[in-house]
Design a protein. Structure first.
Length: 287
């Protein structure tokens, strides 16, 4: 999957064991996700040269609500080469069109929702080759799309003595939400990996937060700087960790926290948002 567009199972559904059910015949199927709500693009605003805030709106957003930070929504956009939006059908395992093709669905953080204006903001990292990145660069406003969700977010333990948040650029929207939601009196470490200096942006204010921007060397694999930063970080007993980013890097961070640090499983939430494929000397991500 391309950078900035969350890693998902076929059809755009994130792998989550809580979404899996077993039928009476022993077949494993996923629970039906929330139905799609039709929306249109209202505007685009560049937060940084690499991050674009897309505002969606539509009457179908009535009743939409986001109760937890770092939640997710699935964004459906028209298939490449067409401006027509076709809503796919859930077959018990994935979304498909009537002809068997898979739709273009990606998962993002619902950064802001205004129930009065029915506006939903998504923040998208622009990256060469990304399906939604290309869509953002092509459309001008008024184009159709649809969203499904929200999926579950992060439950904050307000009694925790400290928090460590770690992520790459794809996790910045979720990390910003968490920073807005964490108790103002609780210390927060933030470790953010960026592939280019212009990816830095002004984060929400938190009186006890310390931010470490981790610059990724040009030839280094995604997550290398972030993993090293987390490995060097001090963790308080009972502190909580939230991390998200490139899937392989999250696997290394998860192994470090649970294996080398012996952190209790309940003490950390680690999520793979996207996948990086290595093909010889290429550093381009693939879907």
């Amino acid at each position: 999957m391309h950078f900035g567009e969350r890693y998902a199972a076929p059809g755009g559904v994130q792998n989550n064991m809580n979404d899996v059910q077993t039928t009476g015949r022993g077949m494993r199927v996923r629970r039906p996700p929330p139905p799609f709500r039709k929306v249109k693009v209202r505007r685009f605003v560049s937060s940084t040269p690499r991050l674009v805030r897309v505002t969606l709106t539509g009457s179908d957003l009535a009743g939409f609500a986001v109760d937890q930070p770092a939640a997710s929504v699935r964004l459906l956009i028209p298939s490449p080469g067409t401006s027509q939006l076709v809503i796919p059908t859930w077959n018990g395992n994935e979304f498909l069109f009537p002809d068997g093709r898979r739709p273009t669905i990606r998962t993002f953080t619902p950064r802001r929702f205004d129930p009065e204006t029915l506006e939903l903001d998504l923040e998208i990292v622009i990256h060469e080759g990304g399906a939604v990145s290309g869509w953002v660069e092509r459309v001008a406003g008024g184009e159709p799309a649809a969203i499904s969700g929200p999926g579950r977010g992060y439950t904050i333990d307000r009694a925790a003595p400290s928090f460590l948040l770690a992520g790459d650029e794809s996790a910045l929207p979720a990390m910003s939400q968490l920073l807005e939601s964490l108790p103002a009196t609780t210390p927060v470490q933030m470790h953010v990996e960026i592939a280019h200096p212009d990816a830095r942006l002004e984060l929400p204010d938190h009186p006890r937060a310390q931010v470490n921007w981790c610059d990724l060397p040009p030839e280094a694999p995604p997550g290398e700087a972030l993993t090293a930063s987390v490995q060097a970080a001090a963790l308080d007993p009972g502190g909580r960790v939230w991390a998200a980013g490139e899937a392989a890097a999250m696997h290394r961070i998860r192994r470090h926290l649970f294996g080398e640090r012996a952190l209790p499983r309940a003490g950390a939430t680690v999520r793979g948002y996207w996948k990086h494929a290595r093909r010889e000397s290429s550093t381009k991500s693939t879907e």
